[in-house]
Design a protein around this ligand. Sequence first.
Ligand code: FPP
Length: 250
Amino acid sequence: MNPEELKSSVTAAGKLPEHVAIIMDGNGRWARKRGLLRTAGHRAGVKTVKKIVRIAGDIGLKYLTLFTFSTENWKRPKDEVSAIMRLLEQTTKKELSELLENNVRLIATGNIENLPPKKREVLLDAIERTRNNTGLVLNLALSYSGRAEILQAIKNITTDLSSKKISPDDINDELFSSYLQTNGLPDPDLLIRTSGEMRISNFLLWQTAYTELYVTDVLWPDFSEDDFLKAIADYQRRDRRFGMVSPSKK
Ligand code: FPP
């Protein structure tokens, strides 16, 4: 199928995932293969981010979450961390008008208070300015850790139990989800990981309980619109049972 045919077939198939999350992996390897610095890989990765955000909006996806920077990533060499933070700032500034034009709402998940003040300011400004957009919700996971998020939720639940704001009987899936940083977002239907690694890497641990996984060997800077549509087409062929039996086999 050519790209246009693939796009029409994905949108016509009906079972579009509501929320796609992506572990964007392989920037470093992409750069090493070309004898370039890792930061060149991240720069190329930003180009892919732009392409994927555009196509996600085009096909009518509601939520796209990108694992942009993990809590563990702070331990990378100082130069690399600074380069990624710089890219985040530059890209957010540069792309704000396109986000507005395309009705994209930017949000962030993670401990963004840990971002350098200037970068945080630029991000919060873009979040504020796109607040009323009604198209694609682009969620950047930044300084994010799934375990830390769960621990923080438990701490907050404990505080609310002590003050009798909630009672132990109130604790269920829905209540727990509402204490997570992703409160208000549906769980991802599809999680894509590039560059072949078969790991969740501390990403959305609670939220991916029934998420369909799709791993491709393609490195993030090489990941194309076509690769994205192929992942969605693969998802559309799957039978999601959520631990139950499919109706046809009952
Ligand atoms: C993974 O590749 C990539 C990251 C840790 C950073 C992702 C960041 C960007 C694409 C740039 C900023 C994004 C936005 C939205 C402005 P890796 O370095 O782990 O690759 P490797 O596993 O091959 O070493």
